[in-house]
Design a protein around this ligand. Structure first.
Ligand code: ZN
Length: 455
């Protein structure tokens, strides 16, 4: 008998055998990006983790029988703030960010989901859901145009995050001006002022809260109940807790998603990623530093998805070397059968580090055909392995700074300084490319580390 797929279900806090509701329509929803800025590698983690799960589901149930939905949150106050800060309209911010997101995730070899719904296209479904919640007394509207979900009405509230209502209450900020009955009640709809994006509704002109966006898009595309809902661990509370409350109550179902999967946090060189530490690392930063998408995937998947991941440049450089070594030995024949030991590792709650360990074994025992099949499954494509010279992280930062200095010089029309920086970098083996508004750079085979240090 075929070994079943076991997945750790955050809802039951245990590994369970996965059985889809319908083998001919295996359904997965993953919370996607809020589109106001470049994706950082913490955003890339769920994309790559659920890409492996998507590939595995397609392998087990056949491609046509799997539906993967990953939404785009294009209604959010962070987007409004970004548009205001840049002095552009909201669509400019969202369209640009979506195109960056696609380019970056394509670069990482992540398969596109079957559906990428945008919140702005589902506002009427959100309003329907909110109306249902109000008429069944799970939600209430206030005079100032807010609609709140009343958590006391839903007895399972806190079940996913394993918290009792009174424990949760202690962690909530009390807002004096709020018209909520209970500080834990969360927003389904909020009023918009003239400058904010808004839609007409029975509660006045306003916009949906973030949580209801996912509930409405998941229902519309996947139905009232489906198999897997995923996202980062930081989404368990309140986002996923609130999605469960809204969806089970408005759909009048006992369950929303059968399996809840969450990937762990990501740190950089042992530190939390934060604007104040100035260590925010975007996927685009890595592309500019000339790392291959495959090496980034390899590095990301070397840690089990539920474990915290410590991103280290040293390991990324090692990943690049490993993939060059492997790809020198494997051909590009198109065979899809996964080696048994690797399939077994994946069936055990997506054990990707064990899979990679097995791939090293395959290489060492010269089983290059099996290694090729595994590399193809994992998206470690031979095409994008860079053979360029790797550049140490501190120098990479130095180049970033010089490129920025050059761009500032160009903006202030100091073209002689801009040209000098470009020529200095070129003499050290760094090539600058201007593509539209963006400037990228790459290290050439003629990289001169010593010269670069002296710049
Ligand atoms: Zn969501």
């Amino acid at each position: 008998m075929e070994t079943p797929l076991f997945l750790y279900n955050s809802y039951s806090r245990s590994k369970e055998a996965f059985k889809p509701l319908d083998e001919k329509n295996v359904r997965m929803y993953v919370c996607g990006p809020t589109v106001y800025d470049r994706a950082h590698i913490g955003n890339a983690r769920p994309v790559l983790v659920f890409d492996i799960l998507y590939r595995l589901l397609r392998y087990l149930y056949k491609e046509d029988n799997v539906t993967y939905v990953r939404n785009i949150t294009d209604i959010d106050d962070k987007i409004n703030a970004k548009a205001f800060e840049r002095g552009v309209n909201i669509e400019k911010v969202t369209e640009e960010t979506i195109s960056w997101f696609h380019k970056d995730m394509d670069f990482l070899g992540a398969l596109r989901p079957n559906h990428e719904p945008r919140a702005t296209d589902y506002v009427s479904q959100m309003k329907d859901m909110i109306s249902k919640l109000i008429s069944s007394s799970f939600a209430y509207s206030s005079e100032d145009g807010h609609v709140f979900f009343e958590v006391e009405q839903f007895s399972d509230y806190g079940r996913l995050s394993n918290k009792k209502l009174n424990e949760l209450k202690e962690g909530v900020r009390i807002e004096n001006e709020s018209t909520k009955k209970n500080p834990l009640d969360f927003v389904l709809w909020k009023p918009s002022n003239a400058e904010e994006p808004g839609w007409e509704s029975p509660w006045g002109r306003g916009r949906p809260g973030w949580h209801i966006e996912c509930s409405a898009m998941a229902k519309d595309i996947l139905g009232d109940q489906f198999d897997i809902h995923g996202g980062g661990i930081d989404l368990i509370f309140p986002h996923h807790e609130n999605e469960i409350a809204q969806s089970t109550c408005s759909n009048n179902m006992k369950k929303f998603a059968n399996f809840w999967l969450h990937n762990g946090f990501l740190k950089i060189e042992g530190e939390k990623m934060s604007k104040s530490l100035n260590n925010f690392l975007t996927v685009f930063d890595l592309i500019k530093r000339d790392f291959s998408g495959s090496a980034i995937r390899y590095n990301m998947l070397s840690t089990h998805y539920r474990q915290p991941l410590d991103w280290k440049f040293e390991r990324l450089a090692e990943a690049e070397k490993t993939l060059i070594k492997w790809n020198n030995k494997i051909d590009s024949k198109n065979e899809t059968e996964l080696p048994r030991q690797i399939l077994n590792a994946l069936l055990d709650d997506l054990n990707t580090p064990q899979s990679i360990h097995e791939m090293h074994h395959l290489f060492n025992s010269k089983k290059f055909d099996e290694l090729r099949n595994a590399c193809m499954f994992f998206g470690f494509s031979s095409k994008d392995i860079k053979k360029n010279v790797l550049i140490p992280a501190d120098l990479s930062e130095k180049v970033d700074k010089l490129v920025e200095k050059r761009n500032n010089a160009r903006l202030s029309k100091n073209f002689s300084l801009a040209d000098k920086i470009r020529e200095d970098l070129l003499s050290a083996g760094i090539i600058i490319k201007d593509i539209g508004q963006e400037t990228t750079w790459e290290s050439s085979q003629k990289l001169k580390i010593k010269k670069l240090r002296e710049l």
